[in-house]
Design a protein around this ligand. Structure first.
Ligand SMILES: Cc1cc2nc3c(=O)[nH]c(=O)nc-3n(C[C@H](O)[C@H](O)[C@H](O)COP(=O)(O)OP(=O)(O)OC[C@H]3O[C@@H](n4cnc5c(N)ncnc54)[C@H](O)[C@@H]3O)c2cc1C
Length: 480
């Protein structure tokens, strides 16, 4: 959505390159049954484009996709989009002061600015089992499964809206048993008609300019530190003692022993609440009590044309193997493509050889005219939309300042970047990530350096305040 903000600033010559065959990102690619947002839908939308049509408190994936289509059409973004276009890399060309983007097939596209919006959860984690591509009919499927299918679901548990329709067999990740996250009680509701009417009124007021389009509805600016950011700060902690690890699940109706004992024993988390993004479900644990469901925690050895073989030599023939093995954030993402900046600095290598850093979660030194939306310390809320709107505000301030100065190039200074990294590192000191027990969580928050650098350890409000007031001296401005 930053394109709409860029258009408002007068940048209309845009190329939006997308490897899929349509827009929607996460909500176009993921279409499994039961897919839904895991935070209230009213917060999962742009403040300037409220959606009065959510049918549920936690809207289904199809509505999120429809919302993305609506926004793209309304802001006339489709004409800038090129689908089925895989970006391989981008290089800053010092001579022409442009970014040269290379596409699969060799074509190049040049532009003054580069903005990567390749998503955190967009590069699938390849299954590690031998042979899974050999299964008959291997491919990507979006269709509901029939009741008679014999299904194995090789999975973790951090997916949003954990599968509501039980699979026939649900083995754990098959990679040594990754425990699922805690699943406190979940209340999803149909949006009552009067609620939708209120939302319609608000949307109308925004449309007519009566409401501040940037005014966030209540509940938008929640402090992400409370539920899963700096959790240990929010947990009851006796002086000098450890945080209460069970505080996040107290009252959860589905603790092991209250039904799904066997599955519970095998899968009850042994790490602190907050190490992973919590998922909410009333049906996850009860699924394991169903007659036609088994939990298998033995590692999958390999897959052949007819089914799977576990490491202890047992085999199971099956019709469908669902690889719900998640996403790879830290090996093939961050960044998702090769990006070479000034003096040949390779972003991916630099992050891995030094530390992952990005000033205010959006800019990197030696990468002029570059906005990296999926950056360390960028995620500043429970809803991705608070993150993206904070980044839009940052871009707005920066580009306006650059234009006012009559400059054409911005670049964040090394000093500002280092100061920001030091500040974030300090704030993380008392978080659950550093002070808690996360070593067994296999959480995607942690990178290969063992640092949890995905979430910005400040409130969303303070992130937004900084986006509209950061010192402009933190950037160097120049001309081509
Ligand atoms: C199942 C699921 C549920 C989620 N639920 C929530 C939720 O409840 N709340 C929440 O805040 N967040 C949730 N998320 C996170 C979600 O990804 C973000 O909220 C949001 O959709 C990110 O938007 P994005 O446009 O930045 O990235 P994405 O939606 O991931 O889009 C990135 C796009 O970049 C494209 N791309 C990547 N690499 C290339 C390349 N090399 N060349 C060309 N195109 C490329 C991809 O095809 C994709 O379309 C969920 C994610 C998943 C997977």
């Amino acid at each position: 959505m930053p394109p709409s903000r860029l258009k408002r600033l007068g940048y209309d010559d845009l190329a939006i390159l997308e490897r899929e065959d349509d827009l929607g990102g996460t909500w176009h690619v993921n279409r499994y049954p039961g897919l839904a947002v895991d935070i209230p839908s009213s917060t999962y939308s742009y403040s300037f484009e409220p959606n009065p049509h959510w049918s549920r408190l936690f809207a289904p994936g199809s509505e999120l996709k429809a919302y993305a289509v609506h926004v793209a059409d309304k802001y006339d973004l489709r004409r800038h989009m090129r689908f089925d276009t895989v970006v391989q890399g981008a290089r800053w060309d010092e001579e022409s002061s442009t970014w040269v983007v290379t596409l699969e097939g060799g074509e190049t596209v040049a532009g003054r600015f580069l903005l990567t919006a390749t998503g955190f959860l967009s590069q699938p984690k390849a299954a590690r089992h031998r042979g899974h591509r050999g299964l008959r009919g291997h491919g990507r499927a979006h269709h509901p499964l029939g009741r008679r299918h014999r299904v194995w679901r090789a999975s973790g548990s951090a997916s949003s809206a954990p599968a509501r329709r039980p699979c026939r067999l649900i083995p754990e990740a098959g990679q040594g048993g990754r425990p699922p996250d805690r699943l406190p009680a979940h209340t999803d509701l149909r949006q009552p008609e009067d609620g939708r009417q209120g939302a319609r009124r608000r949307a109308r007021r925004v449309r007519e300019g009566a409401a501040d389009p940037e005014g966030h509805p209540p509940g938008r600016y929640v402090d992400p530190r409370a539920p899963h950011g700096r959790r240990s700060a929010a947990l009851p902690r006796p002086p000098g003692g450890q945080p209460d690890r069970q505080a996040g699940v107290r009252g959860a109706p589905q603790a092991p022993g209250e039904g799904p004992r066997a599955a519970g024993e095998a899968s009850w988390p042994d790490y602190d609440f907050g190490c992973k993004r919590p998922t909410f479900s009333n049906t996850y644990f009860p699924t394991f009590t169903k007659d036609h469901v088994d939990l298998e925690t033995t590692t999958i050895s390999h897959v052949d044309a007819n089914g799977i073989v576990t490491e202890d030599g047992r085999r199971a023939d099956l019709d469908v193997l669902v690889l719900a093995t998640g996403f790879n954030l830290w090996d093939t993402n961050f960044p998702a493509i090769e990006i070479i900046g000034r003096e040949g600095r390779d972003l991916g290598k630099w992050w891995r050889e030094t530390r992952f850093s990005a000033y205010e979660g959006i800019a990197v030194p030696k990468f002029p005219n570059f906005f990296s939306l999926n950056s360390p310390y960028s995620y500043s809320g429970l809803s991705y939309f608070t993150t993206i709107e904070t980044q839009m505000a940052h871009m707005d301030r920066l580009l306006k300042a650059m234009n006012k100065k009559g400059s054409s190039i911005f670049e964040v200074t090394e000093e500002a970047n280092t100061e920001f990294l030091d500040r974030m590192t300090g704030l993380l000191g008392n978080s659950v990530f550093n002070a808690g027990q996360c070593s067994t969580a296999r959480s995607y928050y942690f990178n290969q350096h063992g640092e949890a650098v995905l979430l910005r350890p400040t409130s969303t409000l303070s992130a937004h305040r900084e986006a509209v007031s950061f010192p402009l001296e933190d950037y160097a401005f120049s001309n081509a």
